[in-house]
Design a protein around this ligand. Structure first.
Ligand SMILES: [Zn+2]
Ligand SMILES: [Zn+2]
Length: 180
């Protein structure tokens, strides 16, 4: 199935529900680039430093194998939680710092089938080269900013990334000198 994903070494598998709604976009921000670089996963990006994301609900995500390898990092003490497979440092997803807004940006392979059309390219000022920016209004970042997130509150525990209101793993914080 097109929405089955796995880490580079194969120890961890996860899947996104085939019917889950979502938005496929490419993000060129320097933080996404730093996340890939910290994991040695630069090859997941396109040649301009873009990371392809499928923004959806955490409840659409199931870890089907190797959940014990789930790990996360933050670039700074206040940054997004950036999840990865600890076994081989494969990027998995970005979430907010808590489960109150059920929102996840799943890292997906560029140009893969199953996630719908690419509706946005954002933060292109940080791209390594010329990339046309479009579609920002359709991305979750903007949807949350406009308050739709409030309507979603209370409908998710944030699993599999959160339990009892807390991240299921303690993040490594890169700005404090820790490494994944
Ligand atoms: Zn792995
Ligand atoms: Zn980004």
């Amino acid at each position: 199935m097109a929405r089955d994903l796995r880490c580079a070494c194969g120890a961890m598998h996860w899947t996104i529900a085939p019917t889950a709604p979502g938005t496929r976009l490419r993000c060129y921000c320097s933080d996404c680039q730093a996340y890939a670089a910290a994991l040695g996963a630069e090859t997941m990006m396109d040649d301009k430093g873009g990371t392809e994301l499928f923004q959806t609900l955490p409840s659409a995500v199931t870890i089907t194998k190797g959940a014990e390898h789930l790990a996360n990092l933050r670039l700074t003490p206040k940054g997004l939680l950036r999840w990865y497979a600890g076994c081989c440092k494969t990027p998995i997803a970005n979430t907010l710092n808590g489960p109150r807004l059920p929102f996840v940006g799943m890292v997906v392979p560029a140009n893969s089938d199953g996630y719908g059309p690419l509706v946005a390219c954002v933060m292109t000022k940080s791209a390594k080269g010329e990339v046309r920016q479009y579609g920002f209004a359709r991305t979750g970042v903007n949807i949350l900013a406009r308050g739709l997130g409030a309507r979603l509150r209370g409908h998710s525990s944030g699993a599999p990334f959160f339990a009892a209101g807390q991240p299921v793993r303690t993040p490594v914080i890169l700005s404090e000198g820790s490494t994944p």
